[in-house]
Design a protein around this ligand. Structure first.
Ligand SMILES: C[S@@+](CC[C@H](N)C(=O)[O-])C[C@H]1O[C@@H](n2cnc3c(N)ncnc32)[C@H](O)[C@@H]1O
Length: 247
């Protein structure tokens, strides 16, 4: 685990071209007056340079944040997006709908072919078995005649849905915008090959590092605020999942 407590732009300037397998990051959305909540200009171009052409980037944010900085995502193609549905809202504005979701957008380099980009679709086993009625006899039907009803579903696995529900970390978080492991983990497994290197340039409390460590991946974590260094290390060292792969 490579933990660097410094400004991400200067750290990125020292990194070699095309040296990481994926990026999973959660930038300052720029929606509050908190000192750390400022978007560093030019970071999407700076991380693009260090990403392998077979790699991709998940970026958390709000729709407003992405639209405000849309020009900075030139050089990227967007492939899909995931919604994190929370149990509570952020309550930032009392003249709008209470926001109970955040976005994670998935991008790849515009000089890469989607077919060459590493991706590992995620599955769940929560589909319900159900009875399907057919008007005609199904093609694979052998045996009894006249029957138009058959069991076709086994209850899973199914492709993971693009809306993921998870309680926010409110009340137990070590960082004001800490992301839940249950949201970060499937994004990481989707984009980072086994044993690969993930880069998070806005590491906060190190959630991406905790997930990477659980799955035997290497993480480069960059965070400007030194008060999070011990928190990141303690979280990663203290994490004891039931199953830790590759260690
Ligand atoms: C939205 S938070 C990330 C929270 C993280 N996902 C977690 O689960 O704890 C963004 C973080 O970026 C950091 N940050 C802001 N500007 C930065 C910069 N120029 N370089 C590095 N980190 C920066 C902030 O200090 C803050 O901790």
């Amino acid at each position: 685990m490579d933990i660097q407590i410094r400004d991400c732009m200067s750290a990125l300037a020292e990194m070699p071209d095309e040296s990481v397998d994926c990026i999973l990051t959660d930038p300052p959305y720029g929606e509050t007056s908190l000192a750390w909540d400022r978007w560093p200009d030019g970071w999407p171009a700076a991380v693009r340079r260090v990403l392998k052409r077979t790699g991709s980037m998940w970026c958390f944010g709000s729709q407003r944040m992405f639209l405000e900085h849309a020009a900075e995502f030139a050089g990227w193609k967007m492939s899909h997006d995931v919604v994190w549905e929370k149990h509570n809202g952020t309550g930032l504005f009392n003249d709008r709908f209470r926001r109970v979701h955040e976005l994670a957008l998935h991008f790849y380099r515009d000089d890469a072919r989607w077919a060459d980009v590493y991706k590992c679709p995620q599955y769940t086993n929560d589909a319900r078995a159900r009875t399907v009625r057919k008007k005609g006899r199904p093609a694979q039907w052998i045996g009894a005649t006249g029957e138009t009803v058959y069991r076709s579903e086994d209850g899973g696995p199914r492709l993971m849905r693009s809306v993921l529900f998870s309680r926010s970390e409110h009340g137990k978080a070590l960082h004001p915008t800490q992301k839940p492991i249950s949201i970060v983990e499937p994004l990481l497994l989707y984009a980072c090959p086994p044993g690969g290197i993930v880069l998070d340039i806005f590491a906060g409390s190190g959630t991406v590092g905790v997930c990477a460590d659980r799955h035997g991946m290497k993480a480069i974590l960059i965070e400007a605020d030194h008060t999070f260094e011990d928190i990141i290390r303690t979280r990663i060292e203290g994490d004891a999942p039931l199953l830790k792969i590759g260690v």
